[in-house]
Design a protein. Structure first.
Length: 82
């Protein structure tokens, strides 16, 4: 697996993830619990680290997050608007 890192952030979905979570007015803990129901283990620290750009996010997690928020992976990746 090739990991891309620009030296500032370990992922590029953090900002959009935080925006989506705040739009739904849910905590990191609640989001983590809901995402875990999709079969991928998350906790509130995982969400925090993703939002702060401190954690790499594999493709299967991006898919789960996109499905939960009903957005495309391209939207999360900043490649297109909703």
């Amino acid at each position: 697996m090739k990991i891309y890192w620009n030296g500032e952030s370990k992922n590029i979905i953090g900002k959009r993830l935080k925006e989506l979570r705040q739009q739904q007015n849910i905590s990191q803990r609640i989001l983590a619990a809901r995402l875990t129901l999709s079969g991928v283990e998350f906790n509130d620290l995982t969400i925090l680290r993703i939002e702060k750009g401190e954690r790499f996010v594999p493709d299967y997690e991006i898919a789960v997050i996109a499905d939960y928020f009903k957005v495309s992976a391209d939207y999360l990746l900043g490649r297109k608007e909703q």
